[in-house]
Design a binder for this molecule. Structure first.
Ligand SMILES: C[S@@+](CC[C@H](N)C(=O)[O-])C[C@H]1O[C@@H](n2cnc3c(N)ncnc32)[C@H](O)[C@@H]1O
Length: 249
């Protein structure tokens, strides 16, 4: 079973996901999965930690796939527990395909993605009537100037959507510059939510202009979800919602 664990708080694991984890013989976990649930497992359950730490310990994807296939073929009830949702920058499909190609059936239990829950936990809505009509979730891993970048940052900047960056800590200044250069206002609010859903959760606020001038907000560290757009101002506190009359009924 491919289970999305939510952003880190085991309370944000779905009921179905929790049932699956507690019924497993083998749980294969990532660093950003809700690790606190592991304390509830029977000691007979095998826990395989396949964390990929940026610039740190790294388990090659092929090795993770092999663990899943080997244990399942040995007749074990295997749960692959991932952070957030398995299909949002989670390599969930790669693992699912590897299992299916080896003749192992996979059930998918979606999870609460940090892209929406991270901002939500800091009081930031990714959409808001009268402010913004949608949001785009983008990986900042290969940001502007990186040879692997495939994102049209100027088009994104001009989309009028809330921008939600995952894996965007390192490239935040370059992304802010690209978005500003493409015409977003310098005073556009930015909110960075770190360790969302964990006891260490905290957030920082800034603006596009400040980040371009001074660099990323002091204290910013991964994992973080960064929100760029008017709704990010909610991270500073409540804003009066001045809804147009036609939206108030
Ligand atoms: C490889 S992606 C996985 C995303 C995950 N599948 C999801 O749906 O949330 C990892 C990135 O997700 C974000 N992230 C995941 N969990 C987070 C958390 N608890 N707090 C803040 N950001 C988080 C960070 O941007 C991190 O670099």
């Amino acid at each position: 079973m491919l289970v999305g664990g939510g952003p880190g708080d085991p309370g944000l694991l779905t009921v179905r996901g929790r049932q699956a984890v507690l019924a497993a013989d083998v749980v294969v976990v990532d660093r950003l999965a809700p690790l606190a649930i592991l304390a509830e497992l029977d000691p007979s359950v095998e826990v395989v930690d396949v964390a990929k730490i940026p610039r740190g310990r790294y388990t090659p994807q092929a090795q993770i796939n092999d663990v899943l296939v080997d244990r399942a073929k040995a007749g074990k009830n295997v749960v692959r527990l991932k952070g957030g949702d398995p299909f949002v920058f989670g390599r969930g499909m790669e693992e699912l395909v590897a299992c299916e190609e080896a003749g192992v059936e996979v059930e998918v239990i979606p999870g609460v993605t940090s892209a929406v829950a991270g901002p939500g936990l800091a009081g930031v809505p990714v959409t808001q009537r009268g402010m913004v009509q949608g949001f785009a979730v983008v990986s900042g891993h290969a940001g502007p100037g990186d040879h692997r970048n495939t994102v049209d940052w100027a088009a994104l900047a001009q989309s009028n959507l809330t921008l939600v960056l995952l894996m965007g800590v390192e490239k935040l200044p370059a992304i802010a510059r690209a978005v500003l250069d493409a015409g977003r206002e310098a005073q556009t609010p930015v909110a960075c939510i770190m360790d969302a859903g964990l006891p260490s959760q905290r957030h920082l606020t800034s603006t596009l202009g400040e980040i371009v001038r001074d660099g990323a907000p002091a204290g910013l560290s991964a994992p973080a979800v960064t929100v760029i757009g008017d709704v990010a101002a909610f991270a500073r506190g409540r804003i009066h919602l001045d809804l147009p009359a036609e939206l108030t009924h």
